[in-house]
Design a protein around this ligand. Structure first.
Ligand code: PLP
Length: 401
């Protein structure tokens, strides 16, 4: 590489490191048998294990025997990759069944699946914007990077409204011409703060101002509502939201993302979204394992109850130790640290001295000065795991912050 290119790239990396925002990728050699425990080599090459406190495998579906069996059976039956885009030999019965299963979960007419929810957001929003030349996206200020990228790719105008602030949203809506196309984009459970959106108020405003609504339910699907349809489903609002986005990669424990909507909109997106059309489709085995996972998650509401019970327990233990955490109506428990360097220092000590893995969350995932530790409990964390984590966190936080 020419010196000019080397220097520019090297300067970018140096700046990132100086800001404390360099991303470290911890090896997490997951064990299906011992989850949430995993294995890694420390800096000296020594074999170690730790407990994972930042996995999104909330219901532990990635290690559920029936899901693993489906994956393995279908891979033996159909091979590993689909080896084709959806319209050039990459559609199987499993892909179609999975789309039906998703639409059914959300009470919608149709669904289309993507290789990730990131891609679903990016591609759907970009394609949606292109349908309406006058469209303006009205986007919550805390929306995920995939939403921001999707809106940017649409080339449409964007107005950001204050996080979860329906009054500000109404000010924005009311200032726009009545005939202008408006698309409100928000999340139901925000990934880092865990704040829950006022879905009912937002959909009511959308109706009043004739706007389309797009909700990202990535951190809610599987976990909220009697069948795990997410926050809109839990509140009986799935028909009030035009397009719902979700993932298979968190509570369902597999891989891929989706949008679900009415039949005509799904047909439009299937026909125009390049991130759907021009990429090899998900492996059939992943689709089949996901169908099984959704079926189990839908049927077993007690798993959700136990999961939310564990979140309560964890928060009680944190409160006992006077560790402040961001309160919200969801399962995401974020402990505010503030500066990036301290956040990384705390996380390093937790891992190396206590066998506790909490990935520091630094900018640009959060705003500058809002570095935090995002704690996620899963169905397999025991009360004793919780106690150990909270004790270690208390010691390290007192010594570091
Ligand atoms: N939307 C939100 C709010 C997320 O937090 C994430 C990932 O963490 C995504 C979308 C992307 O999901 P996926 O991992 O399926 O690409």
């Amino acid at each position: 590489m020419n010196a000019h290119y080397r220097q520019t790239i090297s300067d970018k990396l140096d700046t990132l490191k100086q800001q404390g925002n360099y991303r470290y990728f911890q090896d997490v050699n997951k064990s299906a048998k011992h989850f949430p425990r995993f294995y890694f080599d420390d800096e000296t090459g020594k074999k170690k294990s730790a407990v994972n406190w930042c996995s999104n495998d909330y219901l532990c579906m990635s290690i559920h025997e029936d899901v693993i069996s489906k994956l393995s059976f279908t891979a033996h039956h159909s091979g590993v990759g689909s080896s084709g885009t959806r319209n050039i030999s990459g559609t199987t019965g499993y892909h179609k069944q999975l789309e039906e299963s998703v639409a059914n979960l959300h009470g919608k007419e149709a669904a289309i699946i993507f290789n990730s929810a990131f891609l679903a957001n990016l591609s759907t929003l970009a394609t949606l914007g292109r349908a309406f030349s006058d469209a303006v996206f009205i986007s919550d200020e805390r929306n995920h990077a995939s939403i921001i990228e999707g809106i940017r790719s649409s080339g449409c105008k964007k107005i950001v409204f204050k996080h979860n602030d329906v009054q500000h949203l109404e000010e924005v809506l009311s200032a726009l011409p009545a005939e202008q196309s408006k698309i409100i984009v928000f999340e139901s459970v925000y990934s880092i703060s865990g704040n829950v959106a006022p879905v009912q108020e937002i959909t009511a405003l959308a109706k009043k101002y004739n706007a389309l609504t797009y909700i990202d339910e990535v951190h809610a699907v599987g976990l909220y509502g009697a069948t795990g349809a997410g926050i809109a489903g839990q509140q009986g609002l799935q028909n009030e939201v035009d397009i719902i986005n979700g993932t298979f990669a968190k509570a369902f424990g597999t891989l891929g993302g989706y949008i679900t909507t009415d039949a005509m909109m799904a047909d439009y997106l299937r026909s125009f979204a390049s991130g759907f059309i021009f990429t090899t489709s998900l492996p059939p085995a992943i689709c089949s394992a996901t169908i099984k996972s959704i079926e189990l998650v839908k049927q077993n509401n007690e798993w959700r109850e136990q999961f939310h019970g564990a979140v309560k327990k964890l928060r009680a233990l944190l409160a006992d130790k006077q560790i402040p955490f961001h309160t919200n109506a969801s399962h995401v428990t974020a402990v505010h640290i503030g500066d990036n360097i301290s956040c990384k220092a705390i996380a390093d000590r937790l891992l190396n001295e206590f066998g506790i893995y909490l990935q520091p969350i630094n900018p640009p995932t959060v705003k500058e000065g809002e570095a935090c530790l995002r704690i996620t409990v899963t169905a397999k964390h025991t009360e004793s795991d919780m106690q150990q984590m909270v004790n270690a966190l208390s010691i390290v936080m007192h010594e570091t912050v």
